[in-house]
Ligand binder design. Sequence first.
Ligand code: PLP
Length: 363
Amino acid sequence: MNDFIRPQPGILEIALYEGGQSHVAGVTDAIKLSSNENPFGPSDKAKEAFTRAAHKLHRYPSTDHAALRQAIGEVHGLDPDRIICGVGSDEIINFLCQAYAGPKDEVVFTEHGFLMYRIYTHAAGATPVQVPERERTTDVDAILKACNKKTKLVFLANPNNPTGTMIGLSELERLAAGLPKQALLVIDGAYAEYVEGYDGGAELATRLPNVFMTRTFSKIYGLGGLRIGWGYGPKAIVDVLNRIRGPFNLSTAQQDAAEAAVRDQDWVTRCRTDNARLRSWLADALAEKGVPSDVSTANFILARFGSEAEASACDDFLKKEGLIVRRVAGYGLPNCLRITVGDEPACRRVAHLIGLFKAGRGQ
Ligand SMILES: *Cc1c(COP(=O)(O)O)cnc(C)c1O
């Protein structure tokens, strides 16, 4: 390395993303509740499609993802020409930053928003602008106040990770209506399927020229290991993003598994129902033990402790017992732990252990 070979502005501002931990030293069968994964895994149909794809690995994949976009369009009632598929919704977020934000531009997101927004903003050389939330919930007025003529993108996860809270469609529409005219609202619907009757912002992205929606196969579809996401919005924006998308960004196995997964909505419904039941059981159980949380609309609970020290001690105790949850100090929530809703034994185990910890037997 010499002083003349330098990365683009912004790159060195990036703090490396740390995924949810998946191992504990000395524990072989740890329960992982740190990455908001679906404990029931993907649909059998998705697994079969993935296996079948093994027979055509010598062929290059489809470059336009036509079959997958068609399937998504049919299931969600959307125009396939306005859909773009990516390597996780992360890649779509990256495309949006690359295409619409650069040096001197601002990208707005909320106080406890998803860390990837900041990372891709820096990667594009743009300036991140973090806006306060109100009681761990998106504050539309605060976002509008933070916008100005430099604002190019506004990212909002709804439901939000790691808070689990969300705002309604009328608030989203009010936000879109109040943005400066050069700013695009990106509604990140990574957890949209967990909310009964919520379209993730699809209708707004259909009707409004300044709204874009991102979705993922990593959460309720149980395909985080395969990396597939998609975006939907105004045709002109999708056309721009396609210019920077690599032609072979998704493998055949990714496309085939995702297509089978999206066509199996029975599996999605089952996972949503189970999640809702286990989530409310877990939230109640923790509240009884003195650990409150906001009403979650996603597949995790943000458990609040009395202090950073207590959250950290509880995390250490859980880890020692082979249970991995997520510290969220990096999200500005040092006194909280984010706990993914697992299957029933996992929920019982985490509630039991946190009960022991709060009763003073965990320290
Ligand atoms: C998990 C998550 C994503 C999904 O990322 P992928 O790249 O699709 O796996 C996007 N946004 C938020 C807020 C998330 O929590």
